[in-house]
Design a protein around this ligand. Structure first.
Ligand code: 13P
Ligand code: SF4
Length: 300
């Protein structure tokens, strides 16, 4: 029996849904019930009627699914698959920052731990960060933890003071202007697509900026044939699979090692042994639920 059949059988046994982020390994993308960005995955997690969620992504994504589903079993096949950006802020640090800016509303990127979400007013993802910040009525915002996403939001939200936390994603920060220029030299007709976690000089070069799912949609609807994709390189697997007549060029450096810690073997093991269940202290979960719920209400 191949791994796809085994996973299909285990899904039935567990009454499970397999939620997979766009940066996962190709063989895991191929068995997804739902493949998408952080926002889409949160929405799917909030809607599912399955008893078990097997979450293939980094830990904040699996935690978000668990926050939304206290009565379901949420399995994260590799608990060590952690987003380093989410580790750049903790609840005590955010509380101190809040005390320095007492009039500000806190917008927490979903790339944060449950403890940090519990301190926030509303969450956002890269797909809705601008909209969430535009809709805040207060004139001051604390935006954590991604400085680059915050700088991107500030291009559209000029009527509010936005305080940025100095967090960043290594994978996106390391995509350089020189690398994109080199790819443009080789493929002069290509459009540049960028994730908003990229540094401002990459955003300035981009024809389109969006979440991973936003990039998928843009390519699907575009009449162009070549794209330089300034985000994690596994995106190109899905893009090529869905658009076999188009060409995609990722920067060589763009790899998220944490996303790659989940393997097919670990997914099988997790489903066979029901490991590793995501556990969140109920008091934290209740508080972290509110800002996620507010974000999902915005997005309807
Ligand atoms: P998306 O929500 O756009 O998929 O981004 C998640 C992420 O971690 C990007 O690095
Ligand atoms: Fe975190 Fe960056 Fe990996 Fe996304 S690409 S999960 S932000 S480290």
């Amino acid at each position: 029996m191949d791994y796809k059949q085994k996973i299909a059988g285990l899904k039935k046994d567990l009454n499970a849904v397999l939620l997979v982020h766009n940066y996962q390994r190709p063989e895991i993308q191929d068995v997804a019930d739902y493949l998408g960005d952080s926002l889409g995955l949160s929405i799917e997690a909030s809607k599912t009627d399955k008893e078990t969620i097997v979450f293939c992504g980094v830990n904040f994504m699996a935690e978000t699914a668990a926050i939304l589903n206290p009565d379901k079993l949420v399995l994260h096949p590799e608990p060590d698959a952690k987003c380093p950006m989410a580790e750049m802020i903790d609840a005590a640090g955010l509380r101190k920052y809040k005390s320095e800016h007492p009039d500000a509303k806190v917008v927490a990127y979903v790339n944060t731990t449950a403890d940090v979400k519990a301190e926030a007013d509303v969450c956002c993802t890269s797909a809705n960060a601008v909209k969430v910040c535009q809709n805040i009525e207060d004139k001051e915002i604390i935006f954590v933890p991604d400085t680059n996403l915050g700088l991107y939001v500030m291009r559209f939200v000029k009527d509010k003071k936005i305080h940025l936390w100095p967090g960043y994603c290594h994978t996106h920060r390391d995509i350089s202007k020189g690398e994109i220029e080199e790819l443009l030299g080789l493929h002069p007709k290509a459009e540049v697509l960028a994730h908003p976690e990229c540094v401002p000089e990459i955003i300035d070069m981009a024809d389109f900026v969006g979440s991973t799912e936003g990039i998928v949609r843009y390519v699907r609807n575009s009449s162009k044939h070549e794209f330089i994709v300034a985000t994690e390189k596994e995106m190109c697997y899905r893009l090529k699979k869905e658009n076999p007549n188009k060409e995609f060029y990722p920067p060589a450096s763009a790899l998220c090692p944490n996303m790659k810690k989940i393997t097919v073997e670990k997914v099988l093991q997790a489903m066979e042994r029901k490991i590793y269940p995501v556990k969140i202290d109920e008091r934290i979960r209740e508080r972290a639920y509110e800002p996620i719920k507010r974000m999902l209400e915005f997005t309807k």
